[in-house]
Design a binder for this molecule. Structure first.
Ligand code: PEP
Ligand code: MG
Length: 598
């Protein structure tokens, strides 16, 4: 191996025990510690495990088989490319890849690690090739830097071939902190909470569904940590601080004890809030507000109840829908919704029809799109798949026989959509009646207001439904033209921007003019700095993730409605988010200072 390469890898090793901090976007509170598992964008970093003396030769033999398979695949690719394009340059790239496979100095290094440290072949290979990659990346020579991609390509192939020889189940079986470039909401939903202590990703946003699920699961999470997939290795000791958006590699003893103190403070603050679990969420001057919980999974009903929620204000059914890639049958849905309705009784549940699309895409239901948040999503998709939609609506109506069930429709942008949803619901009710199937004859229908066009015609929509529920996560994203999943534009994701505030005010007036209640089920309802404004604007219901219910209840009980109302009319003249935030903060600090500092 060239001397300069080994020199650089020695420096790497020496630095490897130092505490290193990364700062990102805190999206789910909590503190977690554990070993890293890097689910990298480049290649999945394999686990390291010890092998016995007697298995060493078999490990090395596995590498030889994987290399032979890789060679065959590259030759086939080279052949295909050569035939279809006749491009000598592309064919030459594969020659370079084949040469890498022949480089005995690299392979000897890998074998040396397996023999010397008695570790698995994948781990040794990953380490050696990654060392070369780091050195190439740091090089001043453009040509060498460009070779990184070739190394990565070849490494990915070999690792894949090695993994095909291993038993199928490669999940990590010990407690760990998951590091990834990006995670989908279903990746997060499938996490084993007893093993995953938290996760950190390179991209993401605080109202992305991945983050929303993390909060529901009580899983510490930090996003927007660019470069962590390269900087962190599987097995590194990590601490994740989901309160402040910090990820620490090799936390020192001092850091760990500081975090012990913080964890104790947080848990005693949570205990204090338990005292108000059974009290009403009414303001200090007597305005009653309904405080319910958002859930994504059936098991959260008990968490919602345990936290003192007055019902479920939003059941996001898409996670249940997307569970195994198959659409659940009507019967299966009736059972699920009925259990939720019985579980939350005597309070009610608002079931939202599936909001597939955007960042929630199950295999086989819809094709990936260039601009998924502006595409086939929510009722746009379900109204085009009426059979699937009617199956869900029938199930919701049938579950109405088991408890207090309401329905609401997501991603509405026209009045016509609202009316079509209502007609479909009436059609389903008539069918059930004719079939003699037990169902609820009177179910409340709600419209989610989350698109500016719907907000602007909220008066017309309100005339068609029993309640309005504002999805601020989307309303903010569409009003500000800011992708809620993109941390690069997170600064422009402004819940208190005057444009958003004006729309919120219009929606509340539209609902109240029609004598129907108006709620907020987006994350803004659990933001303690936004709560005074939402109260002042006159929202009747707040629906927040189950773990946030106690804090929001405390905030509501500490605020004076009259003061909030006065503040809401004062901010109508403000020209920017900062100014409005200052008004909100002043009232929040005056009303619940302790809650803000926790
Ligand atoms: C919202 O948009 O605020 C909302 C509650 O729906 P979701 O987060 O599922 O898009
Ligand atoms: Mg939404």
């Amino acid at each position: 191996m060239p001397g300069w390469i080994s020199f650089m890898s020695d420096i790497d090793k020496k630095n490897s025990r130092e505490e290193i901090r990364f700062s990102g976007l805190a999206v789910s509170p909590g503190i977690g510690t554990g070993k890293a598992f890097v689910h990298g964008a480049i290649a999945v970093e394999p686990e390291t495990y010890q092998v016995g003396q007697e298995d060493i030769e078999a490990e090395i033999a596995r590498m030889e088989v994987a290399l032979a398979d890789t060679r065959k695949q590259i030759e086939q690719l080279q052949d295909q490319v050569g035939r279809s394009s006749g491009n000598h340059r592309e064919v030459g790239i594969f020659d370079a890849h084949l040469l890498m496979l022949e480089d005995r100095s690299v392979l000897d290094e890998v074998v040396g690690i397996v023999r010397g440290e008695m570790v698995n072949i994948e781990s040794a290979l990953y380490r050696v090739i990654n060392n070369y990659i780091s050195v190439l990346r740091a090089s001043n020579d453009v040509y060498l830097r460009q070779r990184v991609i070739d190394f990565e390509d070849v490494m990915r192939r070999i690792l894949r071939n090695l993994s095909l020889m291993r038993p199928a189940d490669q999940r990590v079986r010990h407690e760990h902190i998951l590091i990834a470039h990006e995670l989908t909401p279903s990746d997060t939903a499938a996490m084993d909470r007893s093993l995953v202590m938290g996760f950190a990703t390179e991209v993401g946003g605080s109202t992305a569904h991945t983050a929303i699920i993390a909060r529901s699961l009580g899983l510490p999470a930090v996003v927007g940590l660019r470069g962590i997939c390269d900087a962190i290795h599987t097995g590194d000791a990590l601490l994740i601080d989901g309160y402040n958006g910090i990820l620490i590699i090799n936390p020192s003893a001092e850091t760990l004890s500081e975090y012990d103190v913080l964890a104790d403070e947080k848990s005693s603050a949570a205990k204090c809030l338990e005292e108000i679990r059974d009290s009403k969420p009414e303001t200090s001057d007597g305005r009653e507000i309904t405080l319910s919980a958002n859930i994504e999974f059936e098991h959260e009903v008990s968490i919602a109840k345990g936290n003192g929620a007055q019902g479920i204000g939003l059941y996001r059914t898409e996670f249940f829908y997307m569970h195994d890639g198959n659409m659940p049958s009507e019967e299966h849905q009736v059972e699920n919704y009925s259990r939720v309705a019985r579980g939350i009784a005597p309070d009610g549940v608002i079931i939202r029809t599936v909001d597939i699309g955007g960042d929630k895409l199950p295999d086989g239901l819809a094709e990936p799109e260039a601009n998924p948040f502006l595409g086939w999503r929510g009722v746009r998709l379900t109204l085009a798949r009426t059979e699937m939609f009617k199956t869900q609506i029938r199930a919701i109506l049938r579950a109405g026989a088991a408890g207090d069930v309401s329905v609401m429709f997501p991603m509405l942008s026209t009045l016509d959509e609202v009316q079509t949803c209502r007609h479909l619901l009436e059609e389903c009710a008539e069918e059930l009646e004719r079939e003699g199937v037990e169902h609820s004859r009177r179910i409340d229908i709600g419209a989610m207001i989350e698109v500016p066009s719907a907000a602007l015609i909220a008066d017309q929509i309100a005339a068609e439904v029993d309640f309005l529920s504002v999805g601020t996560n989307d309303l903010i994203q569409y009003t500000m033209a800011v992708d809620r999943v993109n941390d690069q534009v997170a600064d422009l994701y402004q819940p208190l921007n005057p444009a958003v505030v004006r729309l919120l005010k219009m929606i509340v007036s539209a609902g109240h003019d029609q004598d129907i209640w108006v709620g907020v089920c987006g994350e803004m309802a659990s933001d303690l700095l936004c709560v005074p404004l939402l109260v002042g604007l006159g929202f009747d219901e707040f629906s927040v993730s189950a773990p946030r219910v106690p804090a929001v209840k405390h905030a509501l009980r500490s605020l004076s409605y009259e003061q909030c109302k006065a503040m809401a009319s004062e901010v109508a003249a403000c020209s920017g988010q900062e100014e409005i935030l200052e008004h909100c903060r002043a009232l929040a600090v005056q009303s619940y200072p302790g809650l803000l500092s926790r």
